[in-house]
Design a protein around this ligand. Structure first.
Ligand SMILES: [Zn+2]
Length: 287
């Protein structure tokens, strides 16, 4: 029985199917990588152990034990996104993250209770991977709010911040105390909305492009897993609503396709109608 808390935390994640990797630790207030200009102290992968970085994150207890034999002080990091089934919302209190989150909650309603980790300067909120690749973003949601998904990582429980503080589960937010929540739909919508790029994107999308988008949404919806169907339907309606707003697609055509897919997926009609209506409304009113 090993007493290395960092290793224990890494193994606990692995037992839940969450892939981890070893990152540097802090020594004397500096990153153990030794670079005076280190850009990410005590948070970046150890190249001797994981030369390809987060791509080498694993759930193998054998590999994880071996890593911490070589580097017992290594901080554990969680590989985010599809590989672990987790999206992390990083709330950085030093950069206004809590205020920005409060503002978003004021508009959209409270974030559901979910697993969460206390970090050096804020918290990491864990949400179930929504089945859609999300970009890693910094500040897109607001100041001090970052999102880690596919290809990203988040330093996790057991790690020691350079301030000396230990990352730990928030009170009542351990995986054995609360299930991981779904990513709220409004957050998903915000994260999948393209940034406006007026010089590149035409103000009115081409009708051919819009028709292709409609066909693509239909195909993706039909492939959605059972637990993701309603979320995906909402997202499709939201995205297609934007084409209705620019008159690249007719509302009747979009509704016909979405209702048809919902019926083929076996979603109850009243549920599908509510989802489609709210998704289209949100998508067509977003400027
Ligand atoms: Zn470093």
């Amino acid at each position: 029985m090993t007493q290395n808390l960092r290793l224990q935390a890494a193994l606990a994640h692995a037992r839940h199917g969450r892939a981890v990797l070893p990152v540097y630790w802090s020594t004397g207030g500096r990153c153990a990588c030794g670079r005076v200009d280190c850009h990410s102290p005590a948070k970046h992968p150890i190249p001797e152990l994981v030369p390809r970085g987060v791509k080498q994150a694993t759930t193998s207890c054998v590999v994880i034990r071996a890593w911490w034999v070589y580097a017992p002080l290594a901080n554990p990091a969680l590989a985010t996104g599809e590989v672990s089934g987790v999206v992390v919302l990083d709330v950085d209190g030093d950069h206004g993250g809590f205020d920005a989150l409060r503002q978003l909650e004021h508009i959209h309603g409270q974030i559901p209770r979910t697993q969460g980790v206390r970090t050096g300067s804020g918290e990491h909120l864990y949400f179930a991977y929504p089945g859609i690749h999300l970009k890693n973003t910094a500040g897109k949601l607001g100041a001090g709010l970052d999102v880690r998904c596919c290809g990203g990582s988040a330093v996790t429980v057991g790690a020691v911040h350079r301030s000396g503080q230990i990352y730990d589960w928030q009170d009542g937010c351990r995986p054995d105390q609360v299930p991981i929540a779904s990513l709220p739909t409004w957050l998903l919508e915000r994260l999948t909305t393209q940034d406006p790029r007026p010089s590149v994107q035409p103000r009115t999308p081409h009708r051919g492009y819009a028709a292709a988008a409609l066909a693509s949404e239909e195909q993706q919806l039909l492939k959605a897993s059972v637990g993701q169907r309603n979320t995906r339907l909402n997202l499709a309606a939201f995205r297609l609503g934007r084409f209705i707003a620019t008159e690249a697609l007719a509302r009747g055509d979009v509704e016909a396709v979405l209702f048809d897919v919902a019926a083929r997926l076996g979603l109850p009609l009243h549920e599908a109608r509510a989802t489609i209506t709210s998704g289209l409304r949100a998508g067509s009113t977003r400027s």
